[in-house]
Design a protein around this ligand. Structure first.
Ligand SMILES: [Zn+2]
Length: 305
């Protein structure tokens, strides 16, 4: 076993009411759901700030511009405590459903809003709402000078340069002859945007946020089960890699709940027992990779046509 270097951090999807009012077709949202977002922006953020102060952790709060503009006092507490504020859409739009122009308009407006809020400091990172991405995303982020993304899943424990999404694949379409789709994916080409990968198995929402009627959001999982799932991933990584990153994704409206705060205390204390652990916001993980102090990996795949 070599000398360990482990970069651990929290990416917090602030969301607030934005994810609830993103109904896509303008249909009205149930005010009780909106109140869950208010809870996240107020009670949830306050409890997470207290947790991070207790363990001296700086984290990344991915914040829809709608949340900053609707809860400026709460987000000022986050900013003034020295946490990173990253991009997360305007109203938590699922960009896979937007045109390229709508995506660009949302990105431009959110960058403006966050830049103003952070004293003329441009945001360095982005995570796609619901990790629902598009072919245009990486090139738009690169053109805007956004250093890193946290939406893709080519790896789970290593940083890398995100593929530029120029690769092509052919979806099956059974209305056509089989020859129409039987061809390989073209070669992945790296962009200049660092990927700090996303991971549904390190996300509090699916197991711990009940949404009646929606599969995958049952929400009533024992936090000790979730803790075990997360820490087993950490144990495997610590056994298999001398250097790795461990970004966890959480939401104030989920992780601000009493039973989940207690889970995070146990997780942080367990991780802190390991040599070589450094807590940092995701922008610093990206910087460690860009400046050559964290090797990361190269994503390979596809073939030249
Ligand atoms: Zn979100």
């Amino acid at each position: 076993m070599g000398k360990k270097r482990v970069l651990v951090g929290y990416g917090i999807d602030v969301d607030a009411v934005a994810n609830w009012i993103n109904t896509c077709d303008g249909s009205p949202q149930n005010p009780t759901n909106v109140s869950r977002g208010v809870y996240g922006a107020t009670v949830g953020i306050d409890r997470l700030l207290k947790l991070y102060a207790k363990y001296d952790i700086k984290a990344t709060f991915f914040t829809p511009a709608h949340s900053i503009e609707s809860f400026p006092t709460q987000l000022a507490k986050v900013r003034d405590a020295g946490h990173e504020i990253g991009l997360h859409g305007y109203t938590h739009e699922h960009i896979s459903q937007l045109s390229a122009l709508q995506q660009q308009d949302v990105l431009t407006r959110s960058i403006d809003s966050l830049t103003k809020f952070c004293g003329d400091k441009r945001p360095q990172g982005y995570t796609a709402p619901a990790w629902s991405t598009s072919k245009e995303l990486i090139s738009q982020l690169q053109a805007e000078g956004v250093a890193y993304d946290h939406s893709f899943m080519h790896h789970d424990l290593q940083p890398y340069f995100a593929p530029d999404n120029s690769e092509t694949w052919v979806e099956t379409n059974m209305a056509k002859s089989a020859d129409a789709w039987m061809m390989p994916m073209t070669k992945l080409k790296p962009s200049k945007v660092v990927e700090i990968p996303a991971n549904w198995h390190l996300d509090d929402w699916p197991p711990l946020q009940p949404i009646p009627g929606r599969a995958g959001a049952q929400g009533f999982v024992d936090t000790h089960v979730v803790e075990k799932l997360w820490l087993e991933q950490f144990d495997f990584a610590y056994r298999e890699y001398d250097t790795f990153i461990f970004p966890m994704s959480i939401h104030p409206q989920v992780s601000g709940k009493p039973q989940v705060i207690l889970m995070h205390e146990r997780i942080i204390e367990y991780i802190n027992k390991h040599e070589g652990v450094e807590w940092m916001p995701l922008c610093d993980m990206a910087k460690e990779f860009l400046e050559g102090r964290m090797p990361g990996v190269e994503v390979e795949g596809g073939v030249d046509p």
